[in-house]
Design a protein around this ligand. Structure first.
Ligand code: NAD
Length: 510
């Protein structure tokens, strides 16, 4: 792979500074000791002022105060703020998308897609602000009415991962804000700049709104200790945390300890089953995007391809061509489809997994690093396709890199068992033109997302997003995910003169 496909040194820090200035990030946020790097070249883009304990306390106290005001603002009026935020995001889309690409390494169209996802969830939440409705329920007592009402919950803590530096936060924040809750956001230590840019965009929406209380959104850049502080703080009745299963394993018991709610969006290890009747042209394109898109760094990336033995040779040959020819390189260049890994640790993890797969009898195509001479601190890799004799421990673990394991099957039940035979349960797909196979898979997959004839990645915000088992069980974005951000009250109203007790209980006093 020629160096012509790699970005030049000494241009990105300046480009990032210009974008941050245009997006309105105050200079005071950018004088600190926390280095924000770009995976494109490994250079430092800016030194961010990390939050310490006192800034965290300030953010939590302001969120707590803001909640007392915001919860009393009518929900459709709260929706107006989110509508304005969506407008500001539309205006900032091109700059924000470029910053996402420079900071997280995804290609420009995916950077733009990430910002579009924020805009989409703002539209969704604006409409939702007029639909936070409960049920009325039949009561067994005469002259009584029973109903459910939904109330703001309190300030919400959001911890985000590097690979979706802004969209997943927005899924949480747009819903939390219309539900009446301020947000304290600890972004990934690998992607603080996009979070600061979004904070600046939100500030413009809040200024246009007029009377938004101070403290509705605070960004606290920093590492794991700040995340732990959010998780432990009793002023946050809900913490939504996105990241590795290891992170969730640390966070879940701490939240349980104080009876707080958690929305955990953790690791995935997503499979697709390809049946003999599958449309192979469509399948190849879907598999290519799901396995190689975002350089395999999506929670929903396709990692396991379970192919019927009769079509395996043909499909694998076509995929090898796609994996071998896909343009890897500068994600800012229009024809690039695969950008860099986030850092050297991700590259090392990928190589360890490939080594283990080879030891277990795997046949590997691709996986090598592009010549690192020009950019020793950037990690561009050719996506790897690995034909495996069976689903080994390595295959069953999430490796956050572009590695696609191929497994063979003959019986659909065995294929579904392989799909379910890992500890994660996020997303899954089947490629088939047989209705019976599709339906057996949809009820057989144990994942939070199950698709037919599309890959496991690339969800729309209208559906509830999340996964089962070690993916954490949380649900975000569309459908009725908003209910996690509100407190439900069951109300029974007696509009008669008698006091009949439920279940016929008699308790008469003189
Ligand atoms: P990570 O677990 O290293 O970090 C995620 C966030 O958690 C960061 O902000 C980090 O500072 C914070 N954190 C880490 N340990 C913590 C602790 N003990 N207490 C509180 N906060 C803590 O993950 P990453 O490398 O940024 O992201 C990749 C992982 O995220 C992958 O496993 C991927 O599958 C997962 N992910 C899941 C989803 C989903 O929706 N299921 C979405 C995106 C990413």
């Amino acid at each position: 792979m020629s160096a012509a496909h790699l970005p030049p040194l000494n241009t990105l820090p300046r480009a990032a500074r210009d974008l941050l200035a245009r997006l309105g990030v105050p200079a005071t946020r950018l004088y600190g000791a926390m280095a924000a790097r770009t995976p494109l070249t490994g250079e430092i883009l800016a030194d961010v002022s990390a939050a310490g304990p006192s800034q965290m306390e300030d953010a939590l106290a302001r969120a707590d105060a803001a909640f007392k005001v915001w919860r009393a603002v009518p929900a459709p009026r709260r929706g107006e703020l989110v509508r304005l935020f969506g407008e500001e995001l539309r205006a900032a889309k091109a700059d924000l998308a470029r910053l996402v690409t420079i900071e997280a390494g995804k290609i420009l169209s995916e950077g733009a897609g990430e910002v579009q996802e924020m805009i989409d969830i703002c539209d969704f939440a604006t409409g939702l602000s007029r639909q936070l409705h409960g049920l009325t329920i039949a009561t067994e007592r005469p002259d009584h009415r029973m109903m459910e009402t939904w109330h703001p919950l309190g300030p919400v803590g959001v911890i985000s991962a590097f690979n979706f530096p802004v969209a997943v936060w927005a899924w949480n924040a747009a819903l939390a804000l219309v539900c009446g809750n301020p947000v304290v956001w600890k972004p990934s230590e690998k992607t603080p700049l996009t979070a600061l840019a979004v904070e600046a965009v939100f500030a413009r929406a809040a200024a246009r709104f007029g009377d938004a209380p101070d403290g509705l959104l605070s960004v606290v850049p920093g590492g794991r200790e700040l995340g732990e502080a959010l998780v432990d703080d009793p002023r946050l009745p809900l913490v939504s945390a996105t990241g590795s299963t290891a992170m969730g394993r640390a966070v879940a018991p701490r939240l349980a300890q104080r009876f707080a709610r958690g929305i955990l969006e953790l690791g995935g290890n997503n499979a697709a089953i390809v049946c003999p009747s599958a449309d192979l042209d469509l399948t190849v394109r879907a598999v290519a995007f799901a396995a190689m898109g975002t350089a395999g760094q999506r929670c929903t990336s396709l990692r396991r391809l379970i192919v019927h033995a009769d079509i395996q040779a043909e499909l694998v040959a076509r995929l090898k061509r796609a994996f071998g020819s896909v343009r890897v390189g500068d994600p800012l260049a229009a024809d690039t489809l695969v950008g860099p890994l986030i850092d050297g640790a991700a590259f090392d993890t990928m190589q360890v997994a490939l080594e283990a797969a080879r030891d277990a009898g795997g046949a590997i195509t691709g996986g090598a690093r592009l010549d690192g001479t020009a950019l020793p601190d950037a990690f561009y890799v050719r996506p790897a396709l690995v034909e495996m004799p069976e689903q080994t421990d390595t295959v069953a673990a999430e490796t956050f890199a572009p590695v696609l394991y191929v497994l063979s099957y003959r019986d659909l039940d065995a294929a579904i068992a392989l799909n379910n035979g890992v500890s994660q349960g996020l997303s899954s797909s089947i490629f088939t033109c047989d209705l019976r196979e599709a339906e057996r898979f949809l009820s057989g997959s144990d994942c939070g997302i199950a698709n037919v004839n599309i890959g496991p990645s690339g969800a729309e915000i209208g559906g509830a997003f999340g996964g089962e088992k070690e993916t954490g069980g949380g649900r975000e974005a569309g459908s009725d995910a908003w209910k996690a951000y509100m407190r439900r009250a069951t109300n029974t109203i007696n509009f008669g003169h008698a006091l009949p007790l439920a279940q016929g209980v008699v308790f008469d006093i003189d």
